[in-house]
Design a protein around this ligand. Sequence first.
Ligand SMILES: NC(=O)c1ccc[n+]([C@@H]2O[C@H](COP(=O)([O-])OP(=O)(O)OC[C@H]3O[C@@H](n4cnc5c(N)ncnc54)[C@H](O)[C@@H]3O)[C@@H](O)[C@H]2O)c1
Length: 349
Amino acid sequence: MSLKDRVEVGADKGGTIMRDGTVLVTGGAGYIGSHAVLALLDAGWSVVVIDNLVTGFDWAVDSRAKLVVANIDDAEAVRSAIRAHGVTAVMHFAGSVVVPESVTDPLKYYRNTPAASRSLIESVVAEGVRHFIFSSTAATYGIPEKVPIREDSPKAPINPYGMSKLMTEIMLKDVAAAHPMNYCALRYFNVAGADPQGRSGQSTIGATHLIKIAVEAATGKRSHVGVYGTDFATADGTGVRDYIHVSDLAAAHVDALDLLIARPQESHTMNCGYGRGFSVLEVLDAVDRVTNMTIERKLEGRRAGDPDALVADNSAILAALPWRPKYDDLNGIVRDALAWERKLAERGR
Ligand SMILES: NC(=O)c1ccc[n+]([C@@H]2O[C@H](COP(=O)([O-])OP(=O)(O)OC[C@H]3O[C@@H](n4cnc5c(N)ncnc54)[C@H](O)[C@@H]3O)[C@@H](O)[C@H]2O)c1
């Protein structure tokens, strides 16, 4: 079946998919969620966000969307938002996202991902919402046996963060088998960059993502960038990761939702990455190039459980969706991240 056929299955007479109703975006005040909100609005969807603002910001939610400040495990708030806004699909980004913290405080992660997601999914099922997209992660694979990583590779998370995401994926699979709801679990690799139009970016306080840290160093918020491990089995000894531009990732969600609507009997689990990796040093070289600076690098020891390389096999998403990356360029990713960081600095944030 061609990609065109997939989209036309649920199409209206005009040949376009029916973007009927409102999408509930949990965590829509956060980094990735705020970009998904933009992509949905730009595609013609109406959007309601539920976010408790624990790491997100109300100003990060585009003014065309409605924001409900609540926890996703607050069934009354979630169910009344679904009813009030005619929600027909959910994109679920809310969660706790810092891997090392998940090791020291696992119960926080099990509360905020599987437990809170269970409550959210219960509300969604009770209100008859048919489609659900979940932010999963490459951390579900643990230390991969083979790179690039296929979706059917062993799932062996090495930290509570990855385990909490895998538990939620399993829950969704069981729920979709029992109730009239289909889902798509998108396993993100390393998300980076910012909206090329400058409408959003990563504003997280104390972020641990390499490109974010490097552009913080470039704007004087940090003195240096730590390089954790120089003895990995990679060409230059530093860890290799698959960096995907956040706006490409957001666009993948919009296409995944079209697919769920077009094929209500199917659910999907797909990697989100470009299928190529860059080492830490290659990324820092790109940051130096783009900023025309020499950011100080401090070589440190390895962190526990860091794999040599995490690179997506993205053939499943390329086959299932019309989605094609538009911003697959490391310099461009850094440029957009830097532009956002400068904007934050100007605003004193
Ligand atoms: N950033 C990455 O590279 C990456 C990689 C893989 C997966 N993910 C996943 O993507 C999702 C979004 O990550 P992000 O980087 O945008 O993080 P983020 O911290 O910027 O966004 C998370 C948002 O969820 C909200 N939130 C958290 N717990 C909540 C709760 N119980 N109820 C309501 N709102 C809550 C926060 O306030 C925040 O706005 C997460 O689920 C994360 O695990 C991120």
